[in-house]
Design a binder for this molecule. Sequence first.
Ligand code: HEC
Length: 105
Amino acid sequence: MRHLKSVLALTLITCLCASMAFAVEGNSRKGKFLYRKHCRTCHGVNASDLSPSSKVQADWKKLYANMGTIPCQKDWGAISDADKKDIFSYLHEFAKDSPTPASCQ
Ligand code: HEC
């Protein structure tokens, strides 16, 4: 019984940590650079002034999961999946409701 309890506790802790660690699990520092290079060419120029703090984390997560719904996706050029992950990690990490919202673009 004690063994079962500790297994349960361990499972719970693992789940909690996993959910806290969820970002989009890329490299957000690289994502910031990539966002400036691939997205700010339009956003803030001739498209909406989009920045991480334009949305809440749940919205970025949803967009990352449904990337096909983003209207400009065809204009992104050849961005690798890894780079997209980095970009969305950056957007997610500095979202409006994150502990560190982006204060400037
Ligand atoms: C060629 C110009 C262009 C580029 C490059 C571009 N976008 Fe867009 N994007 C647009 C336009 C135009 C719209 C639709 C109208 C608007 O939001 O201004 C849009 C819309 C969006 C939207 C939906 C707007 C919303 O508020 O939900 C998201 C999200 C988005 N873009 C993300 C990105 C990301 C991420 C990148 C870089 C990987 C990127 N865009 C690169 C032009 C561009």
